[in-house]
Design a protein around this ligand. Structure first.
Ligand code: SAJ
Length: 421
């Protein structure tokens, strides 16, 4: 059956989802309050960077399967994919979900289905979305079905993972869950597991929390190894030979709009229980300061300003996304201390940052910091870099540059997770 689907929020998740539904036969109206996004999409132009997304969107916009607007229209299915950020006090901001639900109240009709996709605090589907939808005068879920169906896609692989990954569907009742399953089965090849809304909300938050806590353990291990004078990368390599141990990688911090955000939803609501989750978040949040301390040891203060070349400023490799990037925080800390910082990142198009070529940044620099292991940095021209630099130190926060290659061109190699003293 071909549905008419109205998707509210055309960001990193909403737009790929809208385009995917359109590709697989639905008539989709994508809605966003940001007129810039809507105007660009009307011409088929995507302003976020994600492999193959531009091609897919052009195809479905040209075919008039995906249309865009700033206000909703009547449809069979409404999907809410708006941001759920955290505020400065680390509490969740559910106001976009509330506003998106308010925006569809006048357009819902009996027989419709409303699906919340945004990562949300526990109870949001029943406590935020349901009461707002009831303002329509219809009964939820008797007249209008409602449920929660979060995505699990990895930025950089969104289109592939939208199709292949399994999904969890939390319905207000079993009928809602089955109807949601039917909607997504137009393009999802992965398994779809049905449950209640609170279980699905908890799963979404806990999947990212699981990863965050495990990264925190790796980061704590890195600090321990630095203190003891051993190399964390060797420890992890050897520990991971155990059949049931699989350490993640330590690094300069955890960024992005998921891992660095979602665990706080649980801490906000259940902080008296979620102590491990809070401590892990604090551990990961402290890593940029830790890298700053390492840099201060490598470049003890002197009269003239030191220049540092930072390679990679995104929150992880091979994407353009700088949201919550720990490297941006590190750069701000360095500038605050008076360091001259030159940034190199061929992926970033955002005009908020002054970016330089590798050669410009390395010229006259005292220290080179690898912040993000983009694949373009796999084969750095270390000989040229060594000639351009004023100093001779390389700090690898990702264990990504081969130590021998650095040493062979006369530079000193330092890595996060091994003491720099
Ligand atoms: N990181 C480490 N060490 C590691 C792995 C990651 O420090 O061993 C850091 C990265 O550098 C990055 C951050 O963690 O700063 C997050 O990167 P990521 O690749 O772990 O995850 P995201 O935020 O891009 O996407 C996550 C995914 N969740 C899980 O893997 C459990 C994705 O599947 C979710 O759909 C996505 O969050 C989301 O939208 O919630």
């Amino acid at each position: 059956m071909s549905h008419k689907i109205c998707i509210i929020g055309l960001g990193y998740i909403g737009l790929p989802t809208a385009a995917m539904f359109a590709k697989y036969g639905a008539h989709v109206l994508g809605v966003d309050v940001n007129t810039k996004v809507v105007e660009a999409l009307r011409c088929g132009k995507v302003i976020i960077e994600e492999p193959f997304l531009q091609e897919l969107v052009s195809e479905v916009v040209d075919a008039k399967r995906l249309q865009v607007a700033t206000t909703p229209q009547e449809a069979d299915v409404f999907i809410i994919t708006v941001p759920t950020p955290i505020l400065n006090n680390k509490n969740s901001d559910m106001s976009y979900v509330a506003a998106a639900t308010e925006a569809i109240v006048d357009y819902v009709r009996p027989g419709n289905l409303v699906i919340l996709e945004s990562t949300s605090r526990i109870g949001a589907t029943e406590e935020i979305v349901k009461p707002i939808l009831e303002k329509s005068g219809y009964r939820i879920p008797e007249d209008i079905g409602l449920g929660y169906c979060p995505e699990r896609v990895l930025p950089g692989k969104i289109l592939e993972e939208l199709v292949q990954n399994s999904r969890i569907i939390g319905g207000l009742n079993k009928d809602c869950a089955s109807r949601i399953k039917e909607v997504y089965s137009t393009f999802v090849k992965g398994e779809m597991y049905m449950t209640d809304t609170r279980t699905a909300e908890m799963c979404k938050i806990m999947e990212n929390t699981f990863r965050d806590v495990n990264i925190a353990l790796a980061n704590e291990l890195a600090l321990l190894c630095e203190k003891i004078g051993i190399n964390v990368w060797e420890v992890i390599d050897l520990c991971n030979k155990h059949p049931r141990v699989n350490f993640l990688s330590p690094g300069p911090g955890v960024g992005g709009h998921c891992l660095a955000v979602d665990p706080w939803f649980i801490v906000e609501q259940y902080g008296e229980i979620a102590k491990l989750i809070r401590t892990s978040r604090e551990m990961n949040d402290s890593m940029p300061k830790h890298v700053l301390e390492m840099i201060n040891q490598l470049l003890p203060q002197r009269q003239e300003s030191h220049k540092i070349a930072v390679l990679g400023i995104t929150y992880k490799p091979d994407i353009d996304d700088v949201r919550e990037s720990p490297i941006i925080e590190l750069v701000e800390l360095l500038e605050h201390q008076g360091f001259e910082v030159a940034l190199v990142d061929p992926y970033v198009k955002c005009e908020d940052y002054v970016l330089q070529t590798l050669e410009e940044a390395c010229k006259g620099s005292d220290l080179l910091v690898l912040g993000v292991n983009h694949s373009v940095f796999d084969d750095l021209p270390l000989k040229v870099i060594a000639e351009l630099m004023r100093g001779n130190k390389v700090l690898d926060t990702r264990h990504s540059i081969r130590e021998n290659d650095v040493v062979n061109v006369g530079l000193e190699y330092y890595v996060l997770g091994k003491s720099v003293r």
